[in-house]
Design a protein around this ligand. Sequence first.
Ligand SMILES: C[S@@+](CC[C@H](N)C(=O)[O-])C[C@H]1O[C@@H](n2cnc3c(N)ncnc32)[C@H](O)[C@@H]1O
Length: 232
Amino acid sequence: MSAPFNERDPKVLGGSDAATRILSVTEIETPFVEDVYEKASLWYDWWFGPTLHAGRLESIGRLGIQPGDQVLEVGVGTGINASLYPDHCQVTGIDLSMRMLRKAAKRLGRRGVTNVRLQQMDAEDLSFPDDSFDVVYAPYTISVVSDPIKAVHEMRRVTKPGGRFVFLNHFLSTNRRIAWIERFISPVTVHVGFKADLDLPAFLVQAGLEPVSIEKVNIPRIFSLVICEKDD
Ligand SMILES: C[S@@+](CC[C@H](N)C(=O)[O-])C[C@H]1O[C@@H](n2cnc3c(N)ncnc32)[C@H](O)[C@@H]1O
């Protein structure tokens, strides 16, 4: 499942070309991710609820959601982020894991949220037509999916021209020592739901993205909010 970590591999070294560098030392398949999150549904809210929440709160205000907007949340999970949208927009939340979605449905019901609908779907194969949403947002999901480039191409496809597709995520540190540790632990962290070493510059180049902004968020500020716009 995971490629062995070889620090000397030129494709792993930070100085190598972003166009050819591997995105992460770990390779995971979608059924593996689904299985991890079916299990994680039991404890996700306890750990990833509070630790990631400052980033959720900061980022949602930066999405620029306008009254009447159609919003897609990719990897809606247990609905923690989904309960934060303004009620003047219509939100669709998709996720692979039925158990995460059941928790989300309960949360939204408890809070009386009526503008969010939930669907089981694979981020790498969205069943929506092209140009469907004003804002497509993946909070803490792009380092979770098995193929981040496929997922972001799908996010871009379903964004309306002039709309935004946005991801909030932890990426590989620019500090070489920390990056070494992140690559070392990544084959372990996938078992609790994420790759610790997704390489942002390589991801942007290989996905053909030119973000309009990249901003550090959360506490500590080791997460990035990456906002991209789809050309008209
Ligand atoms: C770290 S959680 C983020 C949940 C939520 N956005 C939040 O802020 O707490 C990532 C979610 O992405 C989902 N996921 C992983 N791969 C996916 C895929 N290919 N398609 C759809 N959802 C996926 C997982 O099941 C999990 O619920």
